[in-house]
Design a protein around this ligand. Sequence first.
Ligand code: ZN
Length: 150
Amino acid sequence: MSDLSDLYQQVILDHNRRPRNRGKLPTANRVAHGDNPTCGDQCSVYLQLEGDRIKDISFDGSGCAISQASASLMTTQLKGKTAAEAEKLFKDFHEIVTSGHPPEEISDVAAFAGVHAFPARIKCATLGWHAAINALKGDPVDATTETHKD
Ligand code: ZN
């Protein structure tokens, strides 16, 4: 079991060291921002939605290791998926982090099953996912002309 935990920890460490799809997406037509004030995590998600499908996705943000690794992993999970598939994946992920039951097949998202033991961190783990779903449901925007609020 400890080997498995190590493996899972490696997934989170790896996404922290080498975040995937990080940075603003110039071609994005959907953007949403998520905030987790209790931990100080922030996450923006950029989507290039083509019809019903996420053609490209990126995130940008700052915060704890769990929030950033989860957002990075989320982008790899949602890229190429339809809106309905993305919502299903989020439901599954939410189930994993709240119940602690990983899916039967070993997958990278199972790395976050351990989060369920730390209820305060569940918001960290789901922050990027919430932003992605909000971006999917939001109005079209032109990310290239988005004004910086900071
Ligand atoms: Zn956090």
